[in-house]
Design a protein around this ligand. Structure first.
Ligand SMILES: Cc1cc2nc3c(=O)[nH]c(=O)nc-3n(C[C@H](O)[C@H](O)[C@H](O)COP(=O)(O)OP(=O)(O)OC[C@H]3O[C@@H](n4cnc5c(N)ncnc54)[C@H](O)[C@@H]3O)c2cc1C
Length: 336
């Protein structure tokens, strides 16, 4: 059986940084990272694939980051963990023994359970290269693009979809303003006016009640009764932690249904298993209360702590501070 001192599950923002942090703190230890994907995207760059970058292949994290840091990479899916024997099993049949395990299985986008959400050309914001290539092909063909959700992801997608395309782009947002969960109203209004100047149509204080069409989407119906044409619908409405594996192996989850960890990023259920990134439960630095924020900046901060604490508790997580920034048109917006 293959053996490693540390096995990291997940190779995106959290897994990658946890592996590097662990290797730097304990260079004598063998770190092995297992991830499902052939190639990993820079998640924050995904909206820019649809305008500025032009393809998912221009938004990849090079695997050299792993090899340059002495981390062994296995491309496979972890399907089980035997906590008593301290082994992980991958889909390909192999087993790997570990001393410490770092769970960084991340999150998956939410597909709203509204009528018609399973129609062709209704997309969520996945982090997979093949899926995004299909989505890009559909966006390139589209005359009418509807984006559900006016948060950062929806706004970035709208702005990028307008670049170099003559398509009609609309954002449907349930709140009175786009970006309202993060920014004060005056900044939301400023961002909205830039979007409008760039030709993006905004439908705030409205929800999508149904996605219309036969096999393929042809439009959406709003709570106001309005119908908007759509060849492509993009849902940018948040994500849920990938806890299937954690649930299978009996790791305790918390209020936000993510894996419960202590201040050292150790899971509450098993001192040999750490969790970090979108899959780990978070507490606000300011209030100490549970927070459902999912950000790469937070994921990588937690990952540094998890990796450093693998064999000796030396770093403490004091809670998360959500830091956002984006560009709409030529104007940068940021807040913490
Ligand atoms: C479009 C978009 C834009 C964003 N923009 C920003 C931004 O500007 N700033 C910011 O701070 N954050 C941003 N975020 C959020 C940020 O991307 C996430 O917080 C970050 O990706 C979390 O990293 P993670 O490693 O925890 O999880 P993920 O990125 O979800 O990665 C999880 C990894 O685990 C792997 N995995 C899961 N299960 C298994 C298994 N059983 N076996 C093997 N591998 C497995 C997955 O395949 C994946 O590689 C954005 C997110 C999206 C979707």
């Amino acid at each position: 059986m293959k053996k490693a001192d540390v096995v990291v599950i997940g190779g995106s923002a959290a897994g990658l940084v946890a592996g590097i942090s662990c290797h730097r703190r304990y260079p004598e230890k063998h770190v092995l990272l297992i991830r499902k994907e052939e190639q990993v995207l820079v998640p924050c760059g995904i909206p820019y694939i649809f305008g500025t970058l032009g393809s998912p292949e221009k938004d990849l994290i090079p695997d050299a980051l792993l090899s340059n840091n002495g981390i062994e990479l296995v491309k496979d899916e972890v399907v089980d963990v035997d906590r008593a024997k301290k082994t992980v099993a991958v889909k390909g049949g192999q087993e790997v023994a570990y001393d410490k395990l770092i769970l960084a299985t991340g999150s998956s986008p939410i597909r709203l359970p509204i009528a018609g959400s399973d129609k062709r050309n209704v997309f969520v914001v996945s982090k997979e290269v093949a899926y995004l290539n299909d989505m890009l092909a559909a966006v390139n063909e589209a005359k009418d693009i509807v984006i559900i959700g006016g948060g950062f992801i929806g706004v970035e997608f709208a702005d990028e979809c307008k670049k170099g395309r003559d398509a009609n782009v609309s954002i449907i947002e349930a709140l009175p303003h786009c970006l309202q969960l993060a920014l004060d109203t005056e900044f939301c209004v400023e961002a909205e006016s830039i979007l409008t100047e760039r030709g993006v149509r905004l439908f705030t204080e409205r929800r999508v009640e149904a996605i219309l069409g036969d096999d393929q989407v042809s439009g959406v119906r709003l709570s106001s009764g309005e119908e908007i044409k759509a060849d492509v619908v993009i849902m940018g409405v948040g994500a849920v932690p990938n806890v299937a594996l954690a649930n299978t192996i009996g790791l305790q989850t918390g209020t936000s249904r993510a894996v419960e960890v202590d201040n050292y990023m150790r899971t509450l259920s098993d001192p040999n298993i750490f969790a970090c990134g979108d899959v780990a439960e978070k507490r606000s630095f300011f209030t100490g209360r549970c927070s459902a924020i999912m950000l790469a900046s937070v994921a990588t901060a937690e990952a540094r702590i998890a990796g450093a604490n693998a064999f000796r508790t030396c770093c403490r997580n004091l809670g998360e501070i959500g830091v956002w920034s984006t560009i709409v048109g030529e104007r940068a917006f940021a807040c913490a």
